[in-house]
Design a protein around this ligand. Structure first.
Ligand SMILES: *Cc1c(COP(=O)(O)O)cnc(C)c1O
Length: 391
């Protein structure tokens, strides 16, 4: 796997572009994580939490009906079965343990759709931490149920009314809080983005997905390896986690972006939220809004390691349309009895499109099913009604 240099760079991307006041906090965090990650006691405690609290390992399920339909062998990495319904809990449990080790008993986090906020509020409840979640005012309106969940879990949700009042503004506010409270507070960032050490640390905490999947493939497949590994990419943490299990092997890696948020492909190099990466911006360098039916992928940037893997040609980052996503969402429900979140439905949509084309017939494809669709069914019902032909 690609290791960032001492300055947190993945090739031309990454780094630590933060206000002076945050440099010591980033260095402290890096040192704390490096030490903890090398400590068998820390690793043992995290493994036990992942097993007994989050429900790991998640199965690798052969999608027999879908495979027959597409003419390629589809294996689903079932991270939607984790406690709280997505891969976010893997990262959050690790950061909560680390926070306790650093003597910080208050977590702040950003959230867009609310999944990372719910996961963070969950860990905070488990560890008896104070918890403040920053969420764009627009998202607070759109995701009322997740706001209620976070409140039930004992977290305070602070609506952010600046800028476009969505995820990128929530990240800014969470960082601002962290600057002013760093003695007592850990910033529990939800994806492989932000200043060093976050992109590296979050990937290491999500690596468990790839480690399990690689081991499951060794047991299930002749030859031990799939041909293709596919995941959706917002910031890129679920993709980075599963890619980590396969990047050193001859396996095609594909990170699928929403068409309205394809930072790799439509974006340009720039700096946002503390690191250099590819991002959507206008000719004046203003960060543009991403747009996607899945709030979890509605982010104008992408993690720096993905920008690097894309630039090197080691991974591909195609995009799919909202219509393709809705079709794949319904297809998995009907063929396999599994309702995916709209985010991993992007990964599935790419497989549906490419089966028999760039994915040869008979090839084996692992799809990271990183979240369940319960949160999305009401939205999909509305979207399908809008798209239904007039009767
Ligand atoms: C948050 C979320 C994402 C996007 O985040 P990544 O860091 O790109 O993984 C994707 N899928 C689900 C289910 C999510 O909750």
């Amino acid at each position: 796997m690609v290791e960032p240099g001492p300055d947190g760079r993945f090739g031309d991307f990454g780094g630590r572009f933060v206000p002076e006041a945050l440099v010591p906090a980033c260095l402290e965090l890096e040192e704390a994580f490096r030490t903890a990650w090398a400590d068998p006691a820390f690793r043992g405690e995290l493994d036990a939490l992942l097993r007994d609290y989050a429900g790991r390992p998640s199965p690798l399920t052969e999608a027999v009906n879908l495979s027959e339909r597409l003419g390629v062998r589809v294996l689903l990495k079932r991270d939607e079965l984790n406690h709280t319904g997505s891969h976010k809990i893997n990262n959050v449990l690790g950061q909560a343990l680390l926070s306790r080790r650093m003597g910080k008993r208050r977590l702040v986090a950003e959230t867009g759709a609310g999944q990372h906020g719910v996961a963070t509020a969950t860990a905070a409840a488990l560890f008896s931490f104070d918890c403040v979640i920053y969420m764009g005012a627009v998202d607070v309106e759109r995701q009322a149920l997740n706001v209620f969940r976070m409140n039930l879990l004992g977290a305070e949700v602070r609506p952010v009314a600046t800028g476009s009042r969505t995820l990128k503004d929530a990240v800014n506010e969470a960082m601002r809080d962290w600057v002013s409270s760093v003695e007592t507070t850990h910033f529990c960032l939800g994806s492989v983005m932000g200043p060093h050490p976050y992109p590296w640390m979050v990937r290491e905490l999500q690596r468990v997905i790839g480690r399990e999947a690689a081991e499951q493939c060794r047991r299930m497949l002749d030859g031990g390896l799939p041909d293709v590994v596919v995941a959706c990419v917002g910031g890129g943490s679920n993709a980075a986690g599963i890619f980590a299990g396969f990047v050193d092997a001859p396996v095609r890696l594909v990170g699928v972006q929403p068409e309205g948020g394809a930072a790799i492909g439509r974006g340009v190099p720039g700096v946002v939220h503390g690191s250099a990466s590819m991002l959507l911006q206008d000719e004046h360098g203003q960060v543009l809004e991403a747009s996607s039916i899945s709030a979890g992928l509605d982010y104008p940037g992408v993690g720096p390691e993905h920008a690097h893997l894309g630039a090197e040609g080691r991974a591909e980052y195609p995009s799919v349309t909202d219509a393709e996503v809705l079709e794949a969402f319904a297809l998995l429900a009907r063929t396999e009895g599994i309702i995916p979140a709209l985010e991993p439905a992007h990964a599935l949509a790419w497989v549906v499109r490419e089966a028999g084309r760039s994915i040869p017939k008979g090839a084996t494809v692992v799809v990271n099913l990183c979240g369940r669709g319960d949160k999305d069914v009401a939205q999909v019902a509305t979207l399908l009604a809008e798209h239904a032909p007039p009767s």
